[in-house]
Design a protein around this ligand. Sequence first.
Ligand code: ZN
Length: 325
Amino acid sequence: MSIKAYPLQFKAEMKERIWGGRALEGFGLELPPGAIGEGWMISDHPNGITRVENGPLKGLGLDQIREKYGCEWFGTRGSAAGNGRFPLLIKLLDCNDDLSVQVHPVDDYEGLPKGESGKTEMWYILEAKPGAKIIYGLKEHIDAQAMATAIEEDRIMDTLHEVSVKAGDAFYIPAGTVHALCSGVVVAEIQQNSDTTYRLYDYDRPGLDGKPRELHIKDSLQVIAYHDVGASRMDTSDLQAGHWLTIAESPYFHVEKGLIRDSEAANTSIESFIILMIAEGEGHLRWGDGELPARTGDCFLLPATLGRYELSGSLTVLRCSVPAS
Ligand code: ZN
């Protein structure tokens, strides 16, 4: 039986984290009890596979969708991830406390667990409390030696570059960039489909089980990029309605931000699926013979074969696809 392509919505996989909170309730998500730090919105990772919650494929995991329809629905570029999984992992993060200072490896790091890719990621700040900051890269002139010494002397914070953030800021974080989201921000995260994080520092605090979380100093020191790997930051606040602004460009994902103030139509291409994340607002997504409401926090996976689609209403949208290599 062949099924006509339609926009897939998934039931998010919720993750309790020591740094989590309840803010994702404001993004239309039903949360289990506890400090919820991550909502995995679209995931084909063994640590949390999301299942379709609308239409004829309701109940299927993204891994099953990949097996059945991957080549056609994900597109020529979107189905070509090295580890065989869906290439991207889409999350919402509620940082009610500081996340560990961390770094992710590149694809060819030899210490990668089997089946894992590297992890280049990008953040779009959905909400930020006044004074909110994040850690993003190293201070000038910090090299491998200076970093190793600072860790040994228990003063790693001296080496880290802190920046103030506000809603609408976008950050591109190539693998190798030291970073930490800090308390008071809610973030949309688009990343390679990997769950490999090396922790450098966790503020000497206990984890969910009361014991300190593991650090990975040796791996971290091997994967930190001390040279410029293209990390960048963008203020997107003066975007005009009707335009799409590229906010992250990498070999793994191309991300644009758009403001819809009436309606706007576009087409999928056979090269890549499209992911739409509704950062803010209320409206509709229409295609061929269907329509879905679109609200803050909604994520849609549009198959490459969907064709024409239209967004209408008052919406701030992140649009993501796999670029030509
Ligand atoms: Zn990270």
